[in-house]
Design a binder for this molecule. Structure first.
Ligand code: KDO
Length: 333
């Protein structure tokens, strides 16, 4: 007979004895569990759709998934702090946001490092991901559940000035998201980066306050940036990854079975979202051409060389964990 009963076991036994049932929306402690999720993305974004269809469904026996879109709940870039303070349960985060708080993460903000979505998965589903996720748990109280491919970032500009090399971007006012890592990438590409929240991009492109922006092409379509720009330059400068983030405190309050269900739902949603984004990227260029945009491939080698050198010479690289660059390069090979 088992003589040692953990705290959770004792509590569970007490609740059962009191006739409480762990029904829908309830944790092991019998309370309603609402997973408030905040994102700057729209409700039609492929990530939003996948999470509602797959993640919400997978956790519905013990939690209610409550998404908030278009940064109406928390401003872009403040979500990790909100989770750490217990004001939010879930968000989609990025290496750029994590690097702001944990410098080791800056390696994953580097342009032309991750080769494609398969390489991304090989990196984050293996030892490297486990180590990096642990840093977020230890230092931020944030549990990173899974990586999802967000798409490959391309340049999207107003006007008809042809862009072939980084030099052609000199003086171009390129909106980049507001963290140091993003601004550095804009500079490394040769542009004049300016920080702006995602929800402001459409209006600022329309008014001409900025000359362009960068994002994966499914996002360019979803947010209708193509309506206020003239060209897409296929630099493929960043294979972008997002991470589904959950409060560690919430995670720790779940039973082992609930943790399993939640982790399984997060992974299933991330795999499906990644596959959908890849499929859309394969056919989307024709859509932009039919809308009258110029879509072309520049001298990608020139961009790659300049960007990679900029990162290697940067202050960021001093914070990269020893041997990590080699491990990332070797992953999946
Ligand atoms: C953006 O602001 O351009 C960006 O694409 C950056 C990403 O890391 C991510 O935050 C994304 O916005 C949001 O999820 C909105 O799509």
């Amino acid at each position: 007979m088992q003589t040692v009963i953990g705290r959770r076991g004792l509590l569970g036994a007490t609740l059962l004895a009191a006739g409480l049932v762990f029904g829908a929306g309830a944790t092991a402690f019998g309370q309603e569990l609402t997973l408030r999720f905040s994102t700057p993305a729209s409700e039609t974004d492929l990530r939003s759709v996948g999470l509602e269809e797959i993640f919400a469904e997978g956790v519905k026996d013990f939690a209610v998934y409550q998404p908030h879109y278009n940064a109406t709940f928390f401003a872009q870039g403040t979500e990790l702090e909100a989770i750490a303070r217990g004001n939010l349960e879930m968000a989609i985060t990025s290496a750029q946001e994590l690097a702001q708080l944990i410098p080791d993460w800056s390696i994953f903000t580097a342009g032309y490092l991750i080769r494609d979505s398969e390489h991304q998965r090989a990196v984050f589903d293996g030892d490297i991901g486990a180590e990096m996720y642990q840093l977020a748990a230890d230092q931020l109280g944030v549990k990173l559940l899974s990586v999802m491919y967000f798409g490959t970032r391309q340049l999207n500009l107003r006007g008809d000035k042809k862009i072939n090399t980084p030099e052609d971007l000199a003086g171009v006012k390129l909106r980049m998201p507001g963290t140091d890592a993003w601004q550095f990438l804009g500079k490394a590409l040769g542009a004049n980066p300016t920080p702006l929240a995602f929800t402001e991009v459409f209006t600022s492109l329309g008014s001409g306050a900025i000359d362009g922006q960068d994002n994966p092409l499914p996002t360019v379509r979803d947010r209708k940036f193509y309506e206020v720009t003239d060209q897409i330059i296929l630099t493929s400068h960043l294979v972008d990854g997002n991470f589904l983030a959950l409060s560690l405190e919430v995670w720790d309050g779940l039973t082992a079975d609930q943790q399993d269900q939640l982790q399984t739902a997060a992974r299933a949603a991330s795999l499906s979202i990644s596959a959908n984004i890849l499929a859309v990227e394969e056919e989307i260029v024709e859509f932009f051409r039919s809308e009258g945009l110029e879509v072309y491939t520049p001298d990608v080698d020139a961009f790659r060389t300049r960007v990679q050198n900029a990162y290697l010479e940067s202050e960021f690289s001093a914070n990269w964990p020893e041997g990590m660059l080699e491990r990332v390069n070797a992953a999946g090979q």
